[in-house]
Design a binder for this molecule. Sequence first.
Ligand code: SF4
Length: 322
Amino acid sequence: MYQFKNCQELLDLCKKEKLPISQIAIKREMQIFGKSRPWVRNKMKKVRDTMEEAIELGVKSTKKSKYGLVGGDARKVYKTINRSSNMLHSKVAIRAMAYAIATNEQNARMGKIVAFPTAGGSGVVPGVLFSTHEHMKSSKRKMLNALFTASALGIAILKHGGTFSAAKAGCQAEVGIGVAMAAAGVTEMRGGTPEQCLNASALGLKNMLGLACDPLGGLVEVPCVKRNAIGATIAMAASDMSMMGVESVIPMDEVVEAMMNISAGMSETIRETALGGLAITKTGLKLREKMGLPPVPKKYLDWKNRKPGNASNKCGGCNGCG
Ligand code: SF4
């Protein structure tokens, strides 16, 4: 009864039952596991508490990751929150960045995090939700509900044929889906309707489409950690726009389809193989050597002589090159 196969069905359920997304998600879990509401909520409380611990440790730590590529940036960003008057972003956005980095730095240090939706994309949801929760001084219940809403989005994306796998669809499927989930969760936390939640997700994910997975040395560190921080600000911008009444022309289910059709045309070099993009920049290769990893085969470094992979090779006329 509370099952859905895509975002539209989730929305239809919300309308039929006159419930927000979070409550449909809770009822779905109760139905699947045959358990009570407190049992389901307690499971999510553990998720929330683990996220909070990672943030608390992450914003204090200066410890570097094993290869020293990341570590200590969460603390730097967090320290600026109270002197943010000369920053371009608001306090709530800066804190979201700090919390997202904190989570991903903890992941890079092999600390405990929640892979929500994945380890690489684990910073966006807690970054956005914990920062907004503090900003709004919202109840613990609202915070928990926002996590259920975010999780429902993830389920709807998978049910509709999407993926969280960067090996299959690049970083659009990791950090990108983290953005979509966070945008929906934070929009419900702010009092948005189910339509506004899904619209925020669509606006967020659309702006992550095509994102390469190109981690240096194949480690979930660079660009992953900072990508989560900036992803958090995109989720907040998407939520703001949705709350202002700006609508995505493309509905969320179709954005998921777009993500998958883009992934079908993505080179393997930018799908978690560390054979393209940032991973094979001069700096990326130097760091790879320093880490003692085997060199990247020459054929992958010959990218200047490769033709663009589009079907017609015709210019789309965006004038970006001129
Ligand atoms: S670049 Fe790749 S490994 Fe890093 S967060 Fe994105 S998908 Fe994950």
